[in-house]
Design a binder for this molecule. Structure first.
Ligand code: PAF
Length: 284
């Protein structure tokens, strides 16, 4: 596995491959866990070369204390990537990514100000800016993103389409524990009790799925069902919304004829930890 410490090293690595060779990119901020491993397991058999990036992107943190507190586990991350048979790891420094004078950023548009974007102004502009730079530098044929961060995935897919970027963005299903809790590096920050209480997110989502499958097509009623799970829970609900997958806007009963699938989104705070999850409802 090659370690590429700056853009010059990355370019020298990338130049070895002909246009016919497929290159898979998995962008990460490190602190890798089992859910990341599934992205690499998907990419490995599909691509001639697999490159990971590990970069804690300062542009997507609106608070410096959050940036400082972000877990840094480089030694373990590199051991895991080696085991996953990754060919190369790009490890840029902030100066390599954003040299002095850097000023341009991507405007993610209207779908970035709700849900995860509501409490984090500028977050998705920071995400899309670094993702675009990683796409330009690594020139992958396919980039792999997890479905748990549904809004991030949507915005990356839309940017790729809107800006005619020559790659495929592949969505990878959310990995769950046996009891349904979505894997996340944030789960490690929960006490044993809160870890159990966190199941409320998945329970609320599966209740919305069951109601949808039973024929309910009123998105506001499905949202109300999800909210009831938080009435007696210590988890503080941030949002529970049913969205149209194509627009990432609140689903409307009047739009059922358009044939866009609906997805239920949920986020809540437990012991100060922001947890999020989502499930596909289906085509209304
Ligand atoms: O999902 C993440 O880990 C980050 O937002 C990403 C896509 C690596 C960009 O910094």
């Amino acid at each position: 596995m090659e370690l590429l410490n700056n853009n010059a090293e990355l370019q020298a690595w990338r130049r070895q491959f002909s246009p016919e060779e497929t290159v898979g990119l998995i962008p990460t901020m490190g602190a890798l866990h089992k859910a990341h491993a599934t992205l690499f397991d998907t990419a490995r058999p599909e691509c001639d070369q697999v490159v990971a990036s590990v970069f804690i992107n300062p542009l997507q943190f609106e608070r410096t204390d959050d940036l400082k507190a972000y877990p840094r586990t480089m030694e373990q991350d590199l051991a895991m990537l080696e085991n996953l048979k990754v060919d190369a790891v790009y490890l840029p420094t902030p100066d390599d990514m954003y040299p002095s004078g850097f000023a341009t950023s991507v405007d993610p548009g209207d779908s970035a100000v709700q849900f995860e974007g509501a409490a984090r102004p500028g977050h998705f502009a920071g995400v899309l800016t670094v993702v675009l730079k990683l796409f330009q530098r690594c020139r992958p044929t396919t980039a792999y993103f997890g479905q748990k961060d549904a809004q991030q995935l949507f915005l990356v897919q839309r940017m790729t389409r809107d800006l005619d970027l020559p790659l495929t963005v592949q969505a990878c299903p959310t990995l769950r524990e046996d009891d349904g809790l979505a894997f996340s590096s944030r789960n490690a920050r929960l006490s044993k009790v809160a870890r159990q209480q966190a199941l409320v997110l998945h329970q609320a989502l599966t209740a919305a799925v069951a109601e949808f499958q039973a024929g309910d097509r009123d998105p506001r009623k499905l949202e109300a069902t999800m909210r009831t799970f938080f009435e007696d829970s210590p988890a503080v609900l941030a949002y529970a919304d049913v969205i149209d997958e194509v627009t990432f806007q609140s689903a409307q009963t009047s739009s059922t004829s358009r044939g866009h699938a609906w997805r239920a989104l949920i986020a809540a705070r437990l012991e100060g930890v922001h947890l999020l999850d989502n499930l596909l409802l289906g085509n209304p």
